[in-house]
Write a protein that binds this ligand. Structure first.
Ligand code: ADP
Ligand code: MG
Length: 362
């Protein structure tokens, strides 16, 4: 059973620590996505799992075996990179067969695995082509096929779609989702900075920042119950609106005074020590609704209208200095720049974070 355990995994380059002690349990067959801003350590962590990067501290187990000192070829992993690096003078078939020929697999076994991978990835009719006669998406599928042929216990992907244009990215993402279904027992770890990929592919997302884990959870759990301000802002687009606030009453419900003066009571618990402390109030753009009566959350002036057809984004000035509040409303709205507008939101959709950015819910 190829699960993975990372225990206090660290990485430093000379005196610079880039991974600060990662603890993570990955079950066999799980699809795990590492997501986070550029430079947060996603590739470094993946490369340590692959054995391409030395582990500076901690223990890494694959299949309950300590692999810190095990070379990449003995870890039962296959990795797909952003640049697919196919051999240009070899056919699709030979590109996929190459590694197995080096490993002296039998001709029959090679043929069986290549045809199986081609079948999974719908490449059967391209087996005789050279890479130059393929689209970028097809080339990346060949690179994935080459990895499938290795029969890995663990499949690693490092931003495999980021060289593709938007339409191919969507199509290839769906191929990867199907691949995950077809290889249900194979553990997959997928690095991306694209939150749509993270949300749609992952069983669980690991949100990283600055070389540590911010939160691990199912995609919708991260969306609905972010543990902290970082995750709240990172998951969801446009990002969650954050408004500075002060706690004015504590208990099973918490009342805060927002910048601008409005008082709001939220269905999140706090203790008496919170009263008087700074907090951050959060509400997602898509959770705001236009308020018609006096019962509103906040009021401001529309500074920008972005009509996308399916949704309209409104940028509202006048509440937080320098930063507009964004509302994402369904459909096409007859709203113009300069209009005053009021918003409200369902109490269950409101978020509150303490002075250190920790959610009050957890
Ligand atoms: P990500 O994949 O999340 O964008 P990386 O894992 O590539 O981030 O990098 C994490 C951090 O480690 C970055 O700050 C990067 O500059 C640093 N880093 C990566 N590789 C090296 C290296 N070979 N030497 C020194 N620093 C490195
Ligand atoms: Mg990277």
């Amino acid at each position: 059973m190829a699960g993975l355990q990372l225990k206090q995994i660290r990485k430093s380059y000379g005196a610079v620590d880039v991974i600060h002690g990662i603890d993570l349990d990955i079950k066999q067959g799980e699809f795990i996505v590492f997501v986070g801003p550029s430079g947060c350590g996603k590739s470094t962590l993946l490369r340590m799992i692959a054995g391409l990067e030395e582990i500076s501290g901690g223990q890494m187990y694959i299949d309950n075996e300590l692999v810190n000192e095990v070379p990449p070829s003995k870890r039962g992993i296959a990795m797909v990179f952003q640049s697919y690096a196919l051999y240009p003078h070899m056919t699709v078939y030979d590109n996929m067969a190459f590694g197995m020929r080096i490993a002296k697999e039998s001709k029959e076994e090679i043929d069986r695995r290549v045809r199986n991978a081609a079948e999974i990835l719908q490449l059967t009719k391209y087996l005789d082509r050279l890479p130059k006669a393929l689209s970028g998406g097809q080339r990346q599928r060949v690179a994935i096929g080459r990895a499938i042929c290795r029969n890995p216990k663990v499949f690693l992907f490092d931003e495999p779609l980021s060289n593709l244009d938007a339409a191919l990215r969507v199509a290839t993402r769906i191929e990867i989702a199907k691949l995950n279904e077809a290889m249900a027992d194979t553990t997959m770890i997928y690095v991306t900075h694209d939150q749509v990929e993270a949300m749609t592919l992952a069983d669980r997302i690991v949100v990283l920042s600055g070389g540590h884990i911010e939160q691990v959870g199912a995609p919708l759990a991260l969306y609905e119950r972010p543990d902290n301000l970082f995750v709240a802002r990172f998951i969801g687009s446009p990002a969650m609106n954050i408004i500075p606030a002060t706690v004015t009453a504590a208990g099973p419900q918490t009342t805060v005074r927002l910048a601008g003066g409005k008082s709001v009571t939220l269905a999140v618990p706090s203790d008496a020590g919170a009263v008087g402390k700074a907090a951050s109030f959060g509400v997602r753009p898509e959770d705001l609704v236009v308020a018609t009566g006096e019962d509103f959350l906040f009021e401001g002036t529309v500074s920008i209208v972005e009509a996308l057809g399916e949704v309209t984004l409104l940028y509202i000035d006048g509440l937080v200095a320098d930063e507009p509040i964004i509302a994402k409303l369904p459909g096409i709205l007859p709203v113009a720049r300069g209009e005053r507008i009021r918003f409200t939101a369902d109490a269950a959709k409101l978020h509150l974070f303490d002075e250190n950015g920790r959610s009050y819910r957890t």
